[in-house]
Each structure stands twice: as structure tokens, then as C-alpha cells.
Write a protein that binds this ligand. Structure first.
Ligand code: 4PL
Length: 245
């Protein structure tokens, strides 16, 4: 398939995991990708793998000045067709240890960052009367996954914000949808105690196996594609049937 020929896409969290896997897929299907990550070197590496006019950009999405600087670069591409918001902090902190400082650290990126990215991205999209925004939520909002209450709270916000944004941006033919992946074998999970949960999660899955970034990519690419124009404000669960909702 070559669904993104001539399209310009911003993908946050593009240095690793699902963000990187989506960036590579959009690139392989013809998109020019602005690969965004707090890890600028990692973002550059993803952009190099895609090739063409794609670029990497370092950005702290929770910082308004950093997002403003990013979108000065995005503006040079003349348009923005697709925005994938995959960047997030994936913490492992039991409730008894959850401080307000840690709560704020996660909410700042996972929710304030999403606001800032959508604020800037939608301003470009609305001028063209076209846009596809896909936000990364998490199936932890259904499961109430432990050791990440602040993350679960942030992702609940991602879902409901996406619905509200879909309503407001429909007038400009911009769609806004979410995916809710389950536990995925990515770099951030491998570097955390979440990796111990694969057995438990697999027990609950209708389809057995350990989720990989590429297992989530097709759903994201579909929602980001031209032909998904009649779907907005929706959430697609992509977790091998761990949760049926
Ligand atoms: C079920 O989004 O959805 C662990 C870590 N387990 O980040 C998640 C589940 C994790 C999840 C998630």
C-alpha cells in the first residue's frame, strides 16, 4: 500500500517503540515525516531511516516554547496532513509512592503536551480543510492498570479530549481518533517493571502472544489514511482482545 504519497506527517515519540514504528510505516507508504522526540538524536535516526525530505526534530512537547519552535520547522513544509501523537511518559510508580511532583511530571507531557501539539497542528490543518489526528491512549483506562494511576488519569484525558476535539474540528474536515494499545514490548516497557506483566496480560488476551509495536501500526495507519474520512471521535482498542469494551 502507498496511502500517504504527497502527505506531510508529524509523529511524536518517533525515536522508539510504537511512535517509531508508525513513523517508518507512514514513510514507507510515501509520507514526508517530521519525526519528533525529546531524544533528538533518536528522532534524526528515524528520519534517516525513512529518507527523502523527512527530518528529525528534538522537542519537549510539554514546553510551549519548544512546541512553537517545532512548528516553525513544520510550517516550512507548507501543510500538515497527518499528526500522530505517540509521545508519552510511561511510568511505574505504586500509589503509595506517588508524589504530586511525579503526578505533574506525567500530566505535563501526556496531557499538556497533547494540548500543545493539537493546538499547533490543528491551526495548520484547518487552513487546508483536511487533517488526520491519531492520539495514543492505552487500554489501561479500561483495566485500571496498577502502578501508574497518574498515567491512567492522563490517558483518560486523552480519550475524552479527543472526542471533544473531533466535534470542534469536524467543520474543517479534520478527524480525531484514538487507539488504545495494551502492553507492548517496546524500549520503555523493557526498561521498567512493566515487563514482568506480560504473562498476566497474555492470560487475559483472546489472542495469545506478546504485543509488539508493529502489531499496533495498521490500526493507526488506517485512521490516518484518506479513506477513514467518515470516522471521527472514535477509539479503537488494539490489544489482542485483552479488554472487550
Ligand atoms: C495493560 O499503557 O496498557 C502495562 C504500561 N500494562 O503502559 C501501558 C498495560 C502498561 C498497559 C500499559
Amino acid at each position: 500500500m502507498h496511502r500517504f504519497e504527497g502527505r506531510v506527517a508529524v509523529v511524536s515519540g518517533a525515536a522508539q517503540g510504537m511512535g517509531k514504528a508508525v513513523a517508518l510505516r507512514l514513510g514507507r507508504e510515501g509520507a514526508t515525516v517530521i519525526a519528533v522526540d525529546i531524544n533528538g538524536a533518536g528522532a534524526e535516526k528515524t528520519a534517516k531511516e525513512i529518507g527523502g525530505k523527512s527530518i528529525g526534530a528534538a522537542c519537549d512537547i510539554g514546553d510551549p516554547a519548544s512546541v512553537t519552535k517545532l512548528f516553525a520547522e513544520v510550517a516550512k513544509f507548507g501543510k500538515l496532513d497527518v499528526q500522530i501523537n505517540a509521545a508519552a511518559i510511561v511510568p511505574f510508580v505504586p500509589w503509595d509512592e506517588l508524589t504530586f511532583e511525579e503526578w505533574r511530571r506525567v500530566l505535563r507531557v501526556n496531557l499538556d503536551g497533547l494540548y500543545l501539539m493539537c493546538r499547533a497542528g490543528s491551526e495548520i490543518m484547518r487552513k487546508a480543510n483536511y487533517g488526520r489526528i491519531v492520539n495514543f491512549c492505552s487500554n489501561s483506562i479500561f483495566a485500571g492498570t496498577p502502578n501508574m494511576a497518574h498515567y491512567v488519569a492522563s490517558k483518560g484525558g486523552v480519550l475524552t479530549f479527543s472526542r471533544a476535539l473531533a466535534t470542534e474540528l469536524g467543520a474543517y474536515k479534520i478527524t480525531v481518533n484514538c487507539v488504545t494499545p495494551g502492553l507492548v514490548d517496546s524500549e520503555s516497557v523493557q526498561q521498567s517493571p512493566h515487563k514482568e506483566a506480560f504473562g498476566f496480560v497474555e492470560m487475559l488476551q483472546a489472542i495469545k502472544g506478546h504485543g509488539k509495536p508493529d502489531d499496533v501500526v495498521p490500526a493507526v495507519a488506517f485512521l490516518a489514511s484518506d479513506e477513514a474520512h467518515w470516522i471521527t471521535g472514535q477509539t479503537l482498542n488494539v490489544d489482542a482482545g485483552m479488554v472487550r469494551w
